[in-house]
Design a protein around this ligand. Structure first.
Ligand SMILES: [Zn+2]
Length: 234
């Protein structure tokens, strides 16, 4: 079971750094990912991790840069929203649909991976992690068809499969259910609130004023695995 510092990305005692994967992962998640990667490789797919464990500081950096307008903000269709036209409350609305509040990211747990198929990448292609890449005709469609059929065997599922009024769909974001289900239960609203309160993130007071709503809409409001607690098997 992850402790409160691990749950909010303020410790990395629960993850293993793997330089060959350019990622850090919780150990059971790592083991199952490697088994899944090997199975996919037999089908000509090269599953590569774009993002795995991310600590609080890294999440805050993403958040703060979006808050300052140094990184683009998108609507549900992937269209850019103009930073200058948004007030602070609207900024938070635009950010939380795509990027978790620091302390509230599932990537803190080491159980989450954003994946692509390296073998499908055209030369000079810049990965954007948008839903169209996973859809029919998209560059990673074959990977996602394979994941649909196979990832449950390895304990993985998509927590952001459908839009539920919180995060927009992220088909590339996979979660290792045997560990992440318990992590979600352990990340109580007050645990998230304490992490935000003790931070220097931009917009902190506005976020704290809305923390219950943000927790409900963006942390608790995810698709559940269809195989709760199931052990992964290669
Ligand atoms: Zn992700």
């Amino acid at each position: 079971m992850l402790n409160e510092l691990e749950l909010t990305g303020r410790a990395r005692s629960h993850v293993v750094q793997r330089d060959d994967l350019r990622a850090a992962l919780q150990s059971d998640t790592l083991e199952s990912f490697l088994a899944m990667k090997e199975a996919a490789a037999r089908e000509g797919l090269v599953i590569e991790i774009v993002s795995a464990f991310r600590d609080f500081a890294a999440q805050q950096n993403i958040w703060d840069r979006k808050f300052r307008g140094e990184r683009p903000l998108y609507d549900a269709h992937g269209n850019v929203r103009e930073h200058a036209k948004l007030n602070e409350a609207e900024l938070i609305d635009a950010i939380v649909c795509w990027s978790a509040v620091p302390g509230g990211s599932r990537h803190h747990w080491g159980t989450e991976i954003d994946v692509i198929d390296r073998a499908a990448l055209p030369e000079n292609y810049r990965v954007r992690l948008l839903p169209e890449e996973a859809a029919p005709g998209g560059v990673f469609h074959r990977l996602h068809q394979w994941l649909d059929e196979n990832m449950a065997r390895f304990g993985f599922y998509r927590p952001y499969r459908a839009w539920r009024g919180g995060f927009f769909p992220e088909p590339w974001h996979l979660s290792y259910a045997p560990v992440s289900s318990a992590a979600l239960e352990a990340l109580l609203p007050e645990v998230l609130e304490a992490a935000v309160r003790e931070s220097s993130m931009l917009g902190r007071e506005l976020v704290l004023a809305r923390i219950t709503e943000i927790y409900r809409q963006y942390v608790a409001n995810v698709d559940a695995p269809e195989f709760p607690g199931r052990q992964a098997s290669a």
